[in-house]
Design a protein around this ligand. Structure first.
Ligand code: PAF
Length: 283
């Protein structure tokens, strides 16, 4: 595996392997979820490129940024073993050469909901870095985990609107055996917190079952909130999976519903979601 640190080298690599690249952008501290993206990229592309960069512009809380776990040696080992061709590990100065750029890509009606509501600037930071990486690398496909469903939706929209030729591939969320969504943040949980965190996916699964049985948004939302009563909840909602509008009882059901939550365990912010398709309404 080749390791490079400058965007200049990344552009050169892109020129040599134009449109044959599958790309997995990450912030490191890799787990099986990331490796499943790499595997998918390997199956569909001649070359696989991974980036590791803990992007300061997407953290609205500097303490969260400082505490973000880092283990470069272990990440390199995992990626080497997974058969990655190129690892891009830039320093901050190599991404933003003149301080934080002020250019913004904004989708206010998608960014002000769910993970964006309490984290001003988070998705602008994500889109900025993903935009730059796409611009330098021009990959044929880029792989994003559906745990960050809102991020996936926004990247897809940006790629379409700015006419990137990159196909955005959404990959299934991976869970630990007990149901907890895999996340680089799980390592920050105490053992009691780790146990408590199992309740997050359980709440989502219960809410989904209630919806499947009743087709009632209110009943499913009530079940979700009841089961999450033990947590400090940032949001817990049923939304239209395309527009992210919160669903209300009695309004027409969308094609797909996103049941999504963000909660705090041991002060660590964890997110998770499930998708559910309403029954077809026969008249
Ligand atoms: O999902 C992530 O790890 C990050 O948001 C991404 C896409 C690498 C951008 O920093």
């Amino acid at each position: 595996m080749e390791v490079i640190t400058t965007r200049h080298a990344l552009r050169e690599y892109a020129a040599r392997h134009s449109q044959k690249i599958g790309f997995v952008p990450t912030m490191g501290y890799l787990h099986e979820g990331h490796l499943s993206l790499v595997e998918r990229a390997k199956a569909q592309n001649e070359k696989v490129v991974v980036s590791i960069f803990v992007n300061p512009t997407q953290f609205n809380d500097p303490k969260d940024f400082e505490k973000y776990p880092v283990d470069e040696a272990h990440d390199k080992e995992l990626l080497e073993r997974a058969g990655v061709d190129l690892l891009f590990m830039p320093s901050r100065g190599n991404i933003f050469s003149e301080g934080n750029p002020t250019i913004r890509i904004q989708y206010p009606h998608l960014m002000d909901k769910l993970c964006g509501e309490k984290r001003a600037g988070h998705f602008e930071g994500v889109l900025l870095i993903v935009h730059n990486l796409f611009m330098w690398l021009n990959p044929a496909r880029a792989y994003f985990g559906l745990k960050d469903y809102q991020q996936y939706l926004l990247v897809q929209k940006m790629a379409r609107d700015l006419e990137f030729t990159t196909e955005i591939v959404g990959c299934p969320l991976l869970r630990e055996k007990d149901g907890l969504a895999m996340s680089s943040r799980n390592v920050r949980l105490s053992s009691a917190g780790r146990q408590q965190a199992v309740g997050i996916s359980q709440a989502l699964f219960s809410s989904r079952s209630v919806f499947q049985e009743t087709q009632s948004v209110r009943a499913a939302a009530d079940a979700l909130r009841q089961e999450l009563a033990q947590f400090e909840v940032e949001y817990a909602t049923l939304s239209n999976a395309e527009t992210l509008e919160t669903l209300e009882e009695g309004t027409p059901l969308p094609k797909k519903i996103l049941i999504a939550v963000a909660v705090f365990v041991d002060g660590v912010r964890l997110i998770d979601n499930v998708l559910v398709v309403p029954h077809a309404i026969s008249i």
